[in-house]
Design a binder for this molecule. Sequence first.
Ligand code: GLN
Length: 296
Amino acid sequence: MKISTPTSTTQETQDLLRTATRALIEAGIPDGRREAETLIAHILNRPRLDLYRADALSLDPDQREAFAGLIRRRASREPLQYILGIQEFWGLEFRVTTDTLIPRPETELLIEAVLEQFGRPALPITLVDLCTGTGCLAVTLGTLYPTARILATDRSPAALDVARSNALRHGMAGRIEFLEGDLLEPLASISLHNRIDVMTVNPPYVPAGELDRLQPEVRFHEPRLALNGGCDGLDYYRRILPGALEFLRPGGRLFLEVGIRQAIPVREMAEQSGWRVDQIKKDLQKIDRVVVLKKP
Ligand code: GLN
């Protein structure tokens, strides 16, 4: 694809962009041009496309220095989302910090699966999101199910702070109950047994031995706590599957994100625990990514 060069920035800005693009590409970031544009737009506090249409945009010396700093960070493979502090999910902007995993497009499949299975009931249903991280699932579900009771748990207080700020950002501060604790533990203390209609979980699922083979952005910058799923990556499913059964209402559903080659073992464990497997959804790369379970 041919990318046209911005015509409305100053020559100086174009030179800056060219040098920055080269630095990013040399650091192993194939989309260096777009990322350099995104970072310069961030410094200028303008939408990226303004580089192509606004009047001659130029950077003052402070901005040039700040831009150089951001390019250095990105060239060291810090994720763009941590530098900008945001990531989009289901059309909404979420704050991200190094205390949270960056929401992935695959995780939007969980939302799709909930919508397919549950429609949009007007009745006040109860939704719970475990390992909420940025809160992207809980907050998105909150916008889609305005009459639902929503709870979100995480064992990281720092992640819960980010999730709370995202709830606030999307006008849901009072609507989501955030609970600190390990997996299902916080639910037991508020007697939610047999009361939950929908439970979503994107647990840590990367096999421990594979963590050091992940791309540098993930390996060196995203929280291990949110990635490490133990020896075979299945540790969290081993605890969630038997445990969650007592919290769902009969007919209630559990929506799990899983890693590559995990859908079959997760399905087997689920059946052994007494779940009925409703659906397995593939992501865009045709990898089984979401397992939907129903409590009989
Ligand atoms: N999908 C993430 C990855 O990049 C892992 C997310 C998780 O462990 N829940 O590998």
